[in-house]
Design a protein around this ligand. Structure first.
Ligand code: NOJ
Length: 604
């Protein structure tokens, strides 16, 4: 199942697919050596499995067909059993729900449909009892247009909050600079000042009669961008973050963080050729994303968050062109910005729909060696993209491919970010009729862009009712996919060979085996175009672990030379494999990987 996804949407609009995933610089031998060594750093987020919960879709506790906070609390034992260290809850703040919570109207409360502040406090406390930390989503780039700040800002040019958002008078529709595209957005004889586009379609400028100005919105028009050049905005937003830190949250996932600043000269963005699913010209978003000014904000934020005890963490939604750019989000050598900007290159492979061992090896080596020894964060699934099950599945080897992705995510040295249902192999279920679509981009973009409903369907807990244990309401906010009958938690818990149990084993090994917990990483068999193999080197007294992942549809016999990992012997003990033919393997000289096979063994 393939469709243009918001990743493409963002990259094509924002950077163009080619530049978005351009090759990055060389690897230095010194950095390579450092990455190969085991570490003894026990900081929690360096070893964590973080699990993203889309609150509308996880568990409905009050029968209204929409998930809620008490529902999450009810399912904490499941998460504990899976082995999750932290959850990230997508926005649960009061919101008109135009962008399902990413349009926040009050940063210091809970939307009544998700519960109350007391429910959140209870969730944090119950999670803590199970050693699960709670991270929230923090949307700093924009608010809802219903937020009191914007209501004030849009009321008049002289309002004290006017400058909290990005306003511009536009230019004359009859003037020489007005392009036919800009004229489509004319109001009162004015057109937007430049060609900037909303990532969700149309001009990024919206006319407001009360001020006779346009305001800028990178996303929906109901999501006006805050003006981060105004220090009052930073002060207010940091105060809201502190409100939650004081309540015990373990950190934040920072939404769309590269888009905080725009070019002060408001220059037109260059065209990248072609049009996107919404019918707008593709632009390279060089003037509306990844501007250097953002790093000052992040450094001050890191200082603020670091004052709290317990290693609170800043996770970034960082779709970036290459690993060298990613390094800047860590703060490069100073390491004073985000602890965990997401590496979207590995998990989304530049939107290549096929697993590619050579490309993955390159990206993995880069994130081990080009980020000044900072901690990588890998992610294959989220609420904005067709699930990896469908992106990488070929219809024939899907079960093996799901296991391979999980093995890669959970055996590399990176912190792992999972998305609810990924552990079950929940498929993407895209609406078949435009009248069923809930995500606005799926309505405006239909049929080229069908929106993100497909990856947001209710969690499949059991097969006892047509609501799959998600809700008692016959009508759930998005329909429960028919796949619930076989793909659900209950069925997979009782099947030792299930994908759920595969994840549990991997997470438990990652915790208990010193090489997987603390080991360095050395790529081996590096010319192999089909099979990605690496050794997790072992701390003193422990044994190294070999991981081999066949990313091709045919069997491959390996000729492994592990000398790069300083492994002399050939003897190995199988720890986990998805294919019974590999279970008896006891020598690295004797490994034939089946199609999309995964093999993990302890070197003796
Ligand atoms: C990224 C979020 O993941 C996405 O769901 C949202 O629509 C945009 N940012 C805007 O907040």
């Amino acid at each position: 199942m393939k469709r243009p996804s918001p990743v493409q949407l963002v990259c094509v609009t924002v950077l163009s697919a080619a530049s978005c995933f351009a090759q990055s610089g060389a690897v230095s031998p010194a950095d390579l050596k450092a990455a190969e060594k085991p570490s003894s750093d026990s900081t929690w987020w360096k070893h964590a499995v973080v699990y993203e919960i889309y609150p509308r879709s996880f568990q409905d506790s009050n029968g209204d067909g929409v998930g809620d906070l008490n529902g999450i609390t009810q399912r904490l034992d499941y998460l504990k059993d899976l082995g999750v260290d932290a959850i990230w809850i997508a926005p649960m703040y009061p919101s008109p729900q135009v962008d399902f919570g990413y349009d926040i109207s009050d940063y210091e409360n809970v939307d009544p449909q998700y519960g109350t502040l007391a429910d959140m406090d209870r969730l944090i406390a119950e999670a803590k009892k199970r050693n699960i930390r709670v991270c929230l989503d923090m949307v700093l780039n924009h608010t809802s247009d219903k937020h009191a700040w914007f209501q004030q800002s849009a009321s008049s040019r002289t309002d004290p909050k006017h400058d909290w958002y990005v306003w511009n008078e536009g230019k004359l529709a009859t003037g020489p600079g007005a392009t036919p595209y800009e004229k489509r957005f004319a109001h009162d004889g004015k057109v937007p000042i430049n060609d900037w586009e909303s990532g969700f379609g149309g001009s990024a400028w919206q006319w407001t009669p009360a001020t006779e100005q346009f305001y800028y919105h990178k996303f929906y028009r109901e999501q006006p961008d805050l003006n981060w050049r105004n220090p009052a905005v930073e002060k207010a937003m940091f105060a809201s973050m502190q409100f939650w830190l004081d309540r015990g949250v373990a950190g934040f996932r920072l939404d769309a963080i590269p888009t905080l600043f725009e070019d002060p000269q408001l220059r037109d963005e260059p065209e990248a050729g072609g049009v996107n699913a919404q019918g707008d010209p593709n632009l390279k978003d060089v003037y509306t994303s990844n501007l250097p000014e953002v790093h000052g904000v992040i450094r001050r934020m890191r200082t603020m968050v670091s004052k709290y005890p317990g290693d609170r963490v800043l996770i970034g939604e960082t779709y970036l062109p290459n690993t060298l750019e990613l390094d800047k989000w860590y703060g490069s050598a100073d390491k004073n910005e985000l602890q965990l900007p997401m590496d979207m290159l590995v998990g989304f492979q530049g939107n290549h729909a096929k697993l590619d061992a050579t490309k993955l090896r390159q990206y993995l080596v880069e994130v081990e060696t080009q980020v000044h020894g900072s901690q990588p964060l890998l992610v294959f699934d989220n609420h904005d993209n067709v699930r990896s099950h469908d992106r990488y599945g070929d219809g024939e080897h899907d079960a093996a491919i799901d296991r391979l992705i999980a093995a890669l995510l959970l055996t590399s040295r990176a912190t792992a970010l999972m998305y609810y249902g990924e552990e079950l192999g929940m498929p993407t279920t895209i609406p078949t009729r435009v009248e069923d679509v809930k995500d606005p981009i799926g309505i405006t973009g239909w049929p080229k862009e069908k929106g993100r409903d497909g990856e947001r369907t209710p969690m499949q807990w059991d097969a006892t009712t047509p609501q799959a244990g998600f809700s008692t309401n016959a009508k759930t906010w998005l329909p429960v996919p028919a796949s619930y009958a076989t793909i659900n938690v209950k069925a997979e818990q009782s099947d030792p060979q299930s994908l759920l149990n595969w994840h549990k084993k991997l997470i438990s090994m990652r915790r208990s085996l010193p090489a997987l917990h603390d080991g360095g990483l050395v790529m081996v068999d590096t010319d192999n175009p089909d099979v990605l193999s690496f050794v997790r080197t072992a701390p003193a007294g422990a044994k190294p672990v070999l991981v081999c992942l066949n990313m091709s549809a045919s069997p491959k016999t390996l000729h492994l030379d592990l000398s790069a990992a300083a492994v002399k012997g050939v003897e190995i003990r199988t720890l986990l494999t998805n294919d019974a033919t590999l279970t008896p393997v006891h020598s690295v000289k004797d490994v034939t990987m089946p199609a999309y096979g995964s093999y993990i063994g302890e070197l003796q």
